[in-house]
Each structure stands twice: as structure tokens, then as C-alpha cells.
Write a protein that binds this ligand. Sequence first.
Ligand SMILES: NC(=O)c1ccc[n+]([C@@H]2O[C@H](COP(=O)([O-])OP(=O)(O)OC[C@H]3O[C@@H](n4cnc5c(N)ncnc54)[C@H](OP(=O)(O)O)[C@@H]3O)[C@@H](O)[C@H]2O)c1
Length: 268
Amino acid sequence: MDNNKKTALITGATSGIGEEFARRFGKLGYDLIITGRRENKMKIVADEIKKESNVKVDIIIVELSDEKELENLIKVIENKRIDILVNNAGFGVSNFYDKEHIENFINMEIVHVKVPMRITYTVLKGMIERNDGVVINVSSESAFLPMPQNTVYASTKAFLKIFTEGLNLEVKARGKNIKFQALCPGFTKTDFHEKMGIEKSSQVDRGIIKWRTPKYIVDYSLKMLKKDKVICVPGIENRILIRLLSLLPKKNYEKLMVNFCIKSLKVK
Ligand SMILES: NC(=O)c1ccc[n+]([C@@H]2O[C@H](COP(=O)([O-])OP(=O)(O)OC[C@H]3O[C@@H](n4cnc5c(N)ncnc54)[C@H](OP(=O)(O)O)[C@@H]3O)[C@@H](O)[C@H]2O)c1
């Protein structure tokens, strides 16, 4: 990939996986367009990247679940050349479907489904014309694992996975050189869980559950991108877990998940 004055657009680059992608593509010489909501933190991240990598960093503060704000973002990017897109912005809600405010789930569907669709649509035409580009959609290990109290999150992440696989087939069918990746991390040490009210102190390895760093996730993503791997699951433990659970008869899978929910998540 020739990276001479190319641009990477990363949504949700305030912290965690998105911040790590921004720093990494900065180091590779890409100018950056990064989005987020925590303005002060965004400015700090952008200043650090400019110093580290001497690239241009444009910050767009946007609440992605807001239709008008999303359209403003689309207007800013629609005439720009975007060489790498990372649809990363996302958040978690852990609750039974009937117990949560429906708006929270609808916003999740917008941020995880509508927003990546809309942004990808905006930048893909240019990538196809240039016959060059990369789209990384940050999905989740949850895309493979239906689980109580994680239904909408897992469903939206499963959409992202299939969306990515489908787009990859569409460009391959036309002989185009666009790389697609559905990045499916397991537990990762970011601000994600704290925002859900889960203390950072609980981010400890237990048995097959390992907490990976954003650096680990992005290292693996970039390694798999070079190998043209469309589905990318960082962490051997996660690849084994997904494989083993997929081999279980449905009844056993259900029993396991319900028990996990009752015991580990302390359902009353
Ligand atoms: N951490 C994990 O264990 C894990 C595992 C699998 C997949 N993932 C996925 O990885 C992606 C990145 O998450 P992370 O773990 O790095 O968490 P994070 O540190 O909380 O970063 C999430 C980013 O998304 C932005 N964002 C969230 N909701 C938004 C909204 N409504 N409008 C605009 N921006 C919004 C946040 O902006 P502000 O902070 O500025 O508000 C932040 O920049 C997410 O899609 C998540 O689902 C995470």
C-alpha cells in the first residue's frame, strides 16, 4: 500500500481501540480524520499524534446517533479522499431486552449499523474508482455468541460481520482491490466497560477469559489485513472458544449461556 499523503478516517478515536488505530495510522504517515464526543480528550490525542508523527489530524466532534450531526459528518467527508476507513465507534448496554429503555437500543442500532453503512457508502465509491482502499469494521466476539443481556449488542455486531463479508464478496466479484476486515475482539482494556458502570479493577484474566490491550488488538488486525483475512478474531483463547461453542449442540449451548448469565451476571 502506497501511503504517500493518504487519509485514514477513524470513528470513535477518543480512547481505546480507535485511539490506537489513529496513533498507528499516524505513525504510518496517514493524515487523519478522527471522530468522538469528549472534545478535551480528542484534542490531547490529536496533539500527541501530530507531535509523534507529523501528520495532519482533523477532529470532528459528533454524536453519531443524532441524524443531523451524522449528516454534517457525511458532508465533511463526502468530497474527501479516504483511503482507510475504520468504523469503530460503539458502546455497550448490558440488560434484559424488556428492562432497558428502548431508546438506548435504538441508538445502539444507529451507531453500530446505520452509521457504518452510511459512512462506508460515502467513501466506497472513491475507493472503487481508485481501485484501492481499506475498510475495517469493528465488530465483536459477541457476533458469534448470542448471550442473555447482550442481545442487541451481539445482533448489531453480527450485522457488521456479515455486512463486511458481503461487501468483500461484492468487490472481489468485480476484481477490485479493496480490503475489508470485520475485527472481532474479545475483552479489551479500554473505557468501554467503565462507561457501562463496570469497574476497571474487574478487568482481570480468569480461566479462558483474557483481557487484551488495544495495542494487541490493532497489531493483530494489521497483521491479518496483510494476509487478507476478512474475519479477524484477536487472541487464541477467543478463536478456540468460538470454535468449541459452535460445535456444541444448541441445547447445551443454551444451558451454558443461561447458567453463565445466572451465576456470573448475578441475575435475580
Ligand atoms: N472493549 C471491549 O472489550 C470490546 C470488545 C469487542 C468489541 N469492542 C468494540 O470496539 C469498539 C471501540 O470500543 P472501545 O473498547 O475502544 O471503547 P471506548 O474506549 O469507550 O471507545 C469508544 C469510542 O466510540 C465513541 N462513541 C461511542 N458512542 C458514540 C456515539 N453515540 N457517538 C459518537 N461517538 C461514540 C466514543 O466517543 P467518546 O468516548 O468521545 O464519547 C469513543 O471514542 C466499539 O465498537 C466496541 O463495541 C470493544
